[in-house]
Structures are given as structure tokens and as C-alpha cells.
Ligand binder design. Structure first.
Ligand code: PGA
Ligand code: ZN
Length: 429
């Protein structure tokens, strides 16, 4: 067997993410000259059970946000352990990373160090083989371009407004090709900008962390209504062609002591919130609602799902944190019909693919997702194609760290040419 896939060198450095926070970049080099480079993303509305990213906490550097310890963990512990291994042995390498860390939540070496290494290994393997990452991961069957969920109005902890719901997304489903879907999304994004500017003034078109506008709105309905208008003004149908999805990120507006949710300047009990989502989803033909309740409320998710009779995809993000164990609990309760897949919630590529495998086997929609703190790294675009979608969530069609993923998907679509297929074709929605 050729030794060109053997890891020759592993290096790491501190770079910046889209919020200006330091993050970890890992570079893996094989004997055959293949290079894999990956950058860890970072969330703001993180789930309680996510793997832990290491921050130095030294207030004299980057206000405590530097990641030099994680970088040195790659150089001093990870590199010597995986040098000499074959990059195609992804599972073996990920196992070494997990064992080296030795904690259940990757808090010793840091998930930022571990994930960047795990992804860089896969990218080095693809580069050594001289094939794109999506093909290395998905083989000849990888052909579906994912349906983008574009977050074009930002609220919650991603914006400085009063909207409780964190993300208001448009989902261009009714198109023949990914590039057509992106074109429609951009038209709507620009139309939305014009509407917001004339209605709320120029400050309403400032953008939040994920590139969506952050208008000074107070009520969830206001945002959904304006999306509907923008879709309609562009000549699209919001019930069929371009749907609306929400990420409530409800743990962020849940008061654990009072057991109420603070929405639209009201305190809602769980029962009231179920009713609230039911009415909103029905009125606006909402495609999906992510994290509609606090991250421990498996039963409330299930109840909403039953009441909506599966007409709306109920998605778990903070609820599941890309963990097979939590997904199994959710499946037992019947809580969800869609899952967010965030590689840095769990920490290695193998664990991410295991989670996807369980979800797909159980007929659950997978949504490969960015974080609010991102970089030019476009690995998630490749993962989404490798698994044939059906969805990707990677922000508005604006800001370089978001367009990096959409542009990579446009390149993959061109590369696949006649073999490319838009994932909505394989979905029955
Ligand atoms: P985060 O938000 O990256 O800030 O956690 C994204 C999401 O909740 O989906
Ligand atoms: Zn979310």
C-alpha cells in the first residue's frame, strides 16, 4: 500500500473568526504532499450539552478569548499521537483524539482543537487523492445539492433588537437547481432590504452575526409578515416555492425559575407557547421550527409535533447537540422530525457522520449547519453534498464567511454538472 497517505506533519495556529474572536486552525500534511486545513467555528447560543471549546481566559490577551492553549494542545499532544497514521483511517484517528482527550465533553484538549484536527485529516486525505472532499466522503453517490435555509432576519442573541426568535429563514424549495434557488434567495434578500429601509429607516438594514438584517422589531409576527411580503413582491409563492422557517433558540428566552418564555413582551407558559407556534405555523405555512422549547423539554416538542400532524418539521438543535444519545431520547419521545448537524457540537467527523447515519435511518431530515461565529472554511458545504442533503443552514447570502459556503456549493454544482441534482427533488414536501 502506498505511504502517500501517511501523516507527515500536523501544525496549528490561532486565526480569527467572523466575530473577531480567536479560533483554531489546523494544517495536516501527508507524505504524498496532500494538505488539509480546517478552522473551528464557534456558537453564541450554545446548547448546554455541547462539547466544550477551550478559551485561555487570560484577560490580558483578546479579553480572555484567545485559544493558545488549544493550539498548543494540537502541537504538543495531538500531533505526536497521529503523525505516522494513515489519513484515510478517519475513525481510528478520531478515536485517538477522543481517547487522548479522555473527557465526555472534550474539555481537556478542547473541541476547537479536536474538531479542526479531525476535519483537516479528512481534507488532507481528499487532497492526497486529488478529489474534492464531498466525493472523498460520499463517493459516486454524492450528487444532491442541499436546500439552503437562509437566515435573513436576525434576532435573539445574534442581534441588538427585541425579537425573541433568533432566526427568520427563507427556504427556496421549488426550483430545479441550487443556483436558481440562490438567485431567488438573493432577490428576496434585496427586496427585504428595500422594504425594511422604507418602513423602519436606514438603521434597520444593518446586519447581524449571520448576515441577516436586524431591524428594530418587537414582535415575531412582524418579521414573518415582512418575509412573506418580500417573497410575494419577488413573484414567488410562500406556500410552495419559497417557504419560511424559524429557529426560535427558545432556551435563550426561557426563564428557568418562573418556567415561562418571554416572547413578544409577554410571559408564555409551555401550553401557551405550543398554541402560539401552532397558530403561527398554520397561518404562514411555516416549513420548520427549530428549538421551539427549552433544551430539556422533549415532551413539549413531541406535543407540538403531534398537534401539527407533521405538517411542520420540528427541528432539534440545542435539544440534541449532534449527540446520538440525545437523538435516541428524542426518537423515543417522538420529539423531532429534523435535526441540526453541527460538527463542533460533538467534536469529530466520525461522530458527526454517526449522528447523520442514525437520523437518516429513522427518516429524520438532516440540516448541516454553520455556527454564528464562522470563517472562510467551507467544509460543511462538502459534508452536506456528501450525505445528499437535504438541507444546509449557513446564514444570509451575504458576509464572506456565509457566502464561502454558498460559493463552494456553486462550484460543486458546476463540477458535478449534469450529475448534480437539487435535493428538493428527493424530498416529499
Ligand atoms: P449559534 O446559533 O451558532 O450561535 O449557536 C446557531 C443556531 O442556534 O442554530
Ligand atoms: Zn439553532
Amino acid at each position: 500500500m502506498s505511504n502517500s497517505y501517511i501523516i507527515k506533519n500536523v501544525d496549528a495556529l490561532q486565526v480569527l473568526d467572523s466575530r473577531g474572536d480567536p479560533t483554531v486552525e489546523v494544517v495536516v500534511e501527508t507524505i504524498g504532499g496532500g494538505i488539509g486545513r480546517a478552522i473551528a467555528p464557534a456558537g453564541a447560543s450554545r446548547g448546554r450539552y455541547e462539547a466544550v471549546e477551550l478559551r485561555d481566559g487570560d484577560m490580558s490577551r483578546f479579553k480572555g478569548r484567545s485559544v493558545l492553549k488549544a493550539v498548543s494542545n494540537v502541537v504538543n499532544y495531538i500531533a505526536p499521537a497521529i503523525q505516522g497514521m494513515d489519513v484515510r483511517r478517519q475513525r481510528e484517528i478520531d478515536k485517538v483524539l477522543i481517547q487522548l482527550d479522555g473527557t465526555p465533553n472534550k474539555s481537556r484538549l478542547g473541541v476547537n482543537a479536536i474538531l479542526a484536527t479531525s476535519l483537516a485529516v479528512a481534507k488532507a486525505a481528499a487532497d492526497t487523492a486529488r478529489i474534492p472532499l464531498f466525493q472523498y466522503l460520499g463517493g459516486v453517490n454524492a450528487k444532491a445539492l442541499p436546500i439552503p435555509m437562509l437566515n435573513i432576519i436576525n434576532g435573539g442573541v445574534h442581534a441588538g433588537n427585541e425579537l425573541a426568535v433568533q432566526e427568520f429563514m427563507i427556504v427556496p424549495i421549488g426550483f430545479d437547481a441550487f443556483s436558481d434557488a440562490i438567485r431567488a434567495a438573493v432577490e428576496i434578500y434585496k427586496e427585504l432590504k428595500a422594504i425594511l429601509k422604507s418602513k423602519y429607516g436606514a438603521s434597520a438594514i444593518n446586519v447581524g452575526d449571520e448576515g441577516g438584517y436586524a431591524p428594530p422589531m418587537k414582535y415575531v409576527r412582524e418579521a414573518v409578515e415582512v418575509l412573506k411580503t418580500a417573497i410575494k413582491n419577488c413573484g414567488y409563492d410562500s406556500e410552495k416555492q419559497v417557504r419560511i422557517s424559524l429557529d426560535a433558540a427558545a432556551s435563550q428566552f426561557y426563564d428557568e425559575d418562573k418556567k415561562v418564555y418571554r416572547v413578544d413582551r409577554n410571559d408564555l407558559t409551555e401550553d401557551k407557547l405550543i398554541e402560539y407556534w401552532r397558530n403561527l405555523a398554520t397561518e404562514y405555512s411555516i416549513l420548520s421550527i427549530e428549538d421551539p422549547f427549552y433544551e430539556e423539554s422533549f415532551e413539549a416538542y413531541a406535543q407540538l409535533r403531534r398537534e401539527l400532524k407533521d405538517n411542520v418539521i420540528i427541528v432539534g438543535d440545542d435539544l440534541l447537540v449532534t449527540s446520538v444519545a440525545r437523538l435516541s431520547t428524542a426518537l423515543k419521545y417522538g420529539s423531532i422530525s429534523g435535526v441540526i448537524v453541527k460538527p463542533n457540537q460533538v467534536g469529530t467527523l466520525s461522530e458527526t457522520l454517526d449522528f447523520i447515519g442514525v437520523a437518516k435511518a429513522r427518516g429524520i431530515h438532516t440540516i448541516v449547519s454553520h455556527r454564528s461565529g464562522e470563517s472562510e472554511d467551507s467544509t460543511i458545504a462538502h459534508i452536506a453534498v456528501a450525505i445528499n442533503g437535504p438541507f444546509i443552514k449557513t446564514g444570509a447570502p451575504a458576509r464572506g464567511e456565509r457566502t464561502a459556503k454558498y460559493n463552494e456549493l456553486l462550484r460543486i454544482e458546476k463540477y458535478l454538472s449534469g450529475e448534480a441534482m437539487y435535493a428538493s427533488k428527493i424530498l416529499n414536501i
